[in-house]
Design a protein around this ligand. Structure first.
Ligand code: TYD
Length: 224
């Protein structure tokens, strides 16, 4: 039931812009689509997001951070994502569980197995049907972020402030996850113009949605 699409990528890769464009495209075609983001996505999850990202919370322990992300995600899945999918809708989430594996696992060095257990518990095992990974070199993303921050001072969050090496580990982590599960992920080169990236994303989504629809029809054929 339903179709669950997530966007992932390093800081400043442009995924939020692309998630919005995909949302508008699907909406324009009449699909029952919902756009959401993590951390956040519900009023309670947004409150947890504020605590996680607050630059004042420098004392936050890695375990606290992990459990807050998991708590925020549990509420998000239970209140928003799973009910929409159960109605047969499409959900687009700007970040989801893979961000925890990339940032807390590969980035901070927290044990991956433990993160998988916590995430499985928080999500009830809900895995995206398609994950779009927008790839850019870490330096490019951080430079884009810095430019944005210069235009809007005070917008820097706690996780933006981590060092370059950390962001390299995050990106390498994503590439490892993609290699382990290549059928779920589509890698998009994020260095090209917005319209070109958008076209690649649309090709990937259209193909997968078509496959999912055919699969469902095949499953419901009598005698099949
Ligand atoms: P945000 O401003 O939404 O950044 P972005 O536009 O890059 O998504 O801040 C979210 C930050 O939280 C980002 O640095 C990634 C991080 N994050 C984790 O570390 N773990 C997670 O599980 C999630 C969902 C996000």
């Amino acid at each position: 039931m339903g179709f669950f699409i997530t966007f992932e990528g390093p800081e400043g890769c442009g995924k939020s812009t692309q998630a919005e464009l995909l949302y508008r495209k699907l909406l324009g075609l009449g699909y029952p689509v919902l756009l959401t983001r993590e951390p956040g996505g519900t009023a309670i999850s947004d409150e947890i997001r504020r605590v996680i990202l607050d630059p004042k919370n420098t004392a936050m322990l890695p375990l606290t951070e992990i459990l807050l992300f998991a708590a925020s995600r549990a509420q998000h899945v239970g209140q928003v994502i799973a009910p929409h999918l159960a109605k047969g809708g499409i959900v687009i989430s700007d970040r989801y569980a893979d961000s925890t594996m990339a940032y807390q696992g590969y980035g901070l060095g927290i044990e991956l197995q433990m993160l998988q257990t916590i995430t499985g518990y928080a999500t009830g095992g809900l895995v995206p049907d398609l994950t779009l990974y927008i790839d850019i070199p870490v330096e490019v993303g951080l430079r884009r972020r810095l430019k944005l921050r210069a235009l809007a001072p005070g917008q820097t969050n706690r996780l933006d402030l981590k060092e370059l090496e950390y962001h390299r580990r995050v990106r390498d982590g994503y590439l490892k996850m993609i290699a382990q599960e290549p059928r779920r992920w589509v890698v998009i080169d994020g260095l090209r113009p917005v319209a070109d990236i958008q076209a690649d994303i649309w090709n990937a989504v259209e193909a997968r949605l078509g496959q999912a629809a055919n699969h469902r029809v095949a499953l419901s054929l009598p005698g099949s």
